[in-house]
Design a protein around this ligand. Structure first.
Ligand code: HEC
Length: 174
């Protein structure tokens, strides 16, 4: 995931800046602790360290903002496609036992191995391996899988269509 990589890079930058700050920040006597050969006024180590720290903080903030923005965007798209509310889904996934059969990224306790994992559903071309994927088909599958694939082993869980919209919205953000 690129945002994770960016975040790690920014963290590494911050750690490096902190290390440099420790190394170069002038001691109370005016000399950098590990660099006693230089005169204290030769180079503003403290300023350099402060600038490095400031840029690391800015980089971290920018990365945080970017990842928040892309998450908000994914949620908005998911809501528009399904007319569901992804924030209600984790409780529904527990209530209807989806997580007992499916591993669902981001849903607490949903680590089932009975059927396939449900990450990346938005990019799928087929639902259940038989029907062309769109949001309405996905929602219909969640409510009544046999209406799409009569021999599917997935049970009718009793989830309502409105609740299935919430779960579908959640799946589209994963
Ligand atoms: C008893 C096990 C079981 C339960 C409980 C269950 N499923 Fe399934 N599910 C399956 C099986 C089996 C399939 C079809 C084979 C597959 O895709 O792995 C399937 C397929 C699916 C698919 C299509 C996946 C794809 O790759 O196209 C979705 C979406 C899905 N389930 C969502 C849910 C949701 C949401 C719930 C809870 C309301 C749920 N399932 C509960 C067993 C289960």
């Amino acid at each position: 995931m690129p945002t994770l990589r960016l975040r790690l890079a920014a963290l590494a930058g911050a750690l490096l800046a902190a290390r440099l700050a420790r190394r170069f920040w002038p001691a109370p006597g005016g000399t950098a602790p590990s660099d006693t050969t230089r005169s204290p006024s030769a180079f503003p180590y403290g300023l350099t360290a402060a600038l490095l720290l400031a840029s690391a903080v800015i980089a971290l903030a920018a990365v945080g903002w970017r990842s928040w923005q892309s998450q908000a965007q994914a949620a908005a798209v998911a809501k528009a496609l399904t007319r569901g509310d992804p924030s209600r889904a984790p409780a529904l996934i527990t209530k209807y036992g989806c997580g007992g059969c499916h591993t669902i990224p981001g849903a607490p306790g949903a680590d089932g191995k009975v059927a396939g994992p449900l990450g990346g559903m938005r990019a799928r071309v087929y639902v259940g391996g038989v029907a062309r994927h769109d949001a309405d088909t996905l929602i219909r599958w969640i409510v009544a899988p046999q209406s799409i694939s009569p021999r599917s082993a997935m049970p009718v869980t009793g989830i309502s269509e409105g609740e299935a919209r919430d779960v579908a919205a959640f799946l589209y953000t994963r």
